[in-house]
Design a binder for this molecule. Sequence first.
Ligand SMILES: C[S@@+](CC[C@H](N)C(=O)[O-])C[C@H]1O[C@@H](n2cnc3c(N)ncnc32)[C@H](O)[C@@H]1O
Length: 327
Amino acid sequence: MNEGEQLCEAAKNGDSDKVRALIESGADVTHFDADGLSPLMHAAKLGHAELLKILLSAGAPWNALSPSNLSAGDFAMEAAHQEAFEVLLNAGIQAELVLGTIARKESKNANFEQDYLEDRVSFSEDKLMDSDSKAVMMAWEKPLMEAHAKAVCSGGGHILNIGFGMGLVDTAIQQYAPVTHTIVEAHPEVYERMLRTGWGEKENVKIIFGRWQDVLAQLETYDGIFFDTYGEYYEDLREFHQHLPTLLKPGGIYSFFNGLCGGNAFFHVVYCHLVSLELENLGYSTQLIPLPVKDCLGGEVWEGVKHKYWQLNTYYLPVCQSMEDTE
Ligand SMILES: C[S@@+](CC[C@H](N)C(=O)[O-])C[C@H]1O[C@@H](n2cnc3c(N)ncnc32)[C@H](O)[C@@H]1O
């Protein structure tokens, strides 16, 4: 048995002394055993918090995935090992806070959004797709969009929505008859369709065509703001948040589509914490309201769609408010 295998065995047995000794002699903490599991995953399954700390400080990656796409955090979460879960959650948040700095720099070179905005999109009854058969927006999200609309319209007044897509959230916002309803949309074909379907003639609606980054000067202040774009990165969402203090009125409500890492339950928890933490640093408290979505997602929903961007049973709808208002 090589040292990596021995490390997995020792972790499986919860033998911290052996794990320490093997690490000291240079055993590979990133090793995967024949089942595709790492020492960290074995420690997480056992709920051995101390062992997790030893492995993490020796450089074991918190976000490695098993063949069934589960991370150590998923194993701890599944087995309800609270302490182990928290150790891994903190490791994930710390790593992303640091690595986020790198992602921030790299994303500046990415042109996924630019390609999307220049390509054709196709509309059908139940989805809006990009030219690569990736779903931009899907009808199964309608109840979620209605819940977002309810949250951001709870104080009435002036509402801002970034990203029209299929118009689900905007249709729901209209039902609350806001004083004004501003919609920012960047894709020329989505914009054309908005005009064709009469959105430009609604009395309280103002459409601003362009990327939100480019039209900030045309925006005012709002009582409710919703953000849901496509082709952007976590960094863009973060950047939008930097503008909240100038866009959101005191007492206003902000919400965004919370699809962060929607393919993995533990990564999603890490990102929910991360975004709440970053909003907190800007002076906003975030409440995450759990909404069951399993019933909206029959197997046929993803037929013909390349990227299954959501695979979790619960959606956590963020409701953000200035901490001054909630005190
Ligand atoms: C996921 S869809 C929005 C779905 C919408 N919430 C609904 O209820 O149907 C994202 C939309 O954002 C638009 N978009 C992408 N990048 C944008 C940007 N930087 N500024 C404004 N809109 C953008 C896309 O063209 C697309 O229409």
